[in-house]
Design a protein around this ligand. Structure first.
Ligand code: C5P
Length: 286
């Protein structure tokens, strides 16, 4: 039997780091949104073991590969005895702040639940996902969520996100652990306009206008240190018609928010001419 799963990338619509925790992680506040740039994960039943193949040589193999780790975790938690061959068709750049590796891991968890007929419910899947990484629980399902804790506490939200995003990856991979390690203590607060806005949201739909007006990401100065092209990308997106620009995750992808489909469609070519990878994408809603 063969099972195929899309692994949608995510962007962070704002990211505020609140405090350092005693377990080495940080508490944060962010809005996560899946977008229709995706990898494709194909799972083939095998008599034993876990083997992973990938079309992108920059993706780590073995235990450093989150999809590999996810398959081993599911195999172990479900009692072992079955094998799988995982084929990863990558389109999402790695180390880009787009959750590519985490989305692959989430797709493997979802897919093995089907392939092996395990029948785990949402809570069990979330538990396994949280063991693999902070972004993996969100990426089990497409949509929008306000995330807190280390990223695994999710409040799914409905909203009218009828916008276009243009993602620009300047070919500078940034390690998430490295970026968190660079945060200075003085950067950690919960008092920004963004944090206030997110804290004031209730069960209703998100107010898109206010969200895009208060967008901020605490990793922007850190990403700019290693990627000096970021201010030029920001300017390029704004002059292409973006109404807001921000960094995704710990970077180095910068995205623009567009209300005009035509402007969003024509922006990537301008960005690609500067040597960056650029994608016009739409949100994937639940
Ligand atoms: O959860 P994940 O494995 O993706 O995180 C990678 C690293 O990023 C962690 O080991 C930690 O150093 C840092 N991190 C953090 N706080 C978070 C998420 C990640 O400090 N909320």
């Amino acid at each position: 039997m063969v099972v195929q799963e899309p692994a949608y990338a995510k962007i962070n619509l704002g990211l505020k780091v609140i405090r350092r925790r005693s377990d080495g992680y940080h508490d944060l506040l962010t809005v996560l949104q899946t977008v229709d740039l995706c990898d494709t994960i194909t799972l083939c039943e095998a008599p034993e073991g876990v083997a992973v193949r990938c079309n992108d040589p920059t993706v780590p193999s073995g235990a450093d590969n989150l999809a590999h780790r996810a398959a081993l975790a599911v195999q172990q938690a479900s009692g072992g005895g079955r094998g799988v061959e995982v084929e990863m068709d990558k389109r999402v750049p790695s180390g880009a702040g787009l959750g590519g590796g985490s989305a692959d891991a989430a797709a493997v968890i979802r897919g093995l639940n089907r392939l092996w007929g395990i029948g785990w419910g949402a809570d069990r899947l979330q538990g396994i996902a949280a063991q693999i990484g902070s972004d993996v629980p969100f990426l089990l399902h497409p949509g929008t969520a306000i995330a807190s804790g280390r990223g695994e506490i999710l409040r799914r939200v409905a909203w009218d996100a009828a916008v276009h995003y243009v993602l620009v990856y300047p070919n500078v991979p940034i390690s998430t652990g490295w970026a968190y390690g660079r945060l200075a203590k003085r950067d950690l607060t919960d008092t920004s306009e963004y944090a206030k806005f997110i804290g004031s949201t209730d069960e209703g739909p998100l107010d898109a206008r206010q969200l895009f007006a208060t967008l901020e990401n605490d990793f922007e100065p850190i990403a700019e240190e290693v990627c000096p092209a970021i201010p030029r990308i920001r300017e390029g997106l704004l002059s292409s018609g973006a109404c807001a620009v921000s960094l995704s995750g710990t970077g180095s992808t910068v995205y623009g928010v567009f209300t005009d489909a035509g402007a969003a469609q024509s922006a990537p070519a301008r960005m690609q001419a500067a040597g960056w990878r650029a994608f016009a994408v739409r949100p994937v809603m639940s």
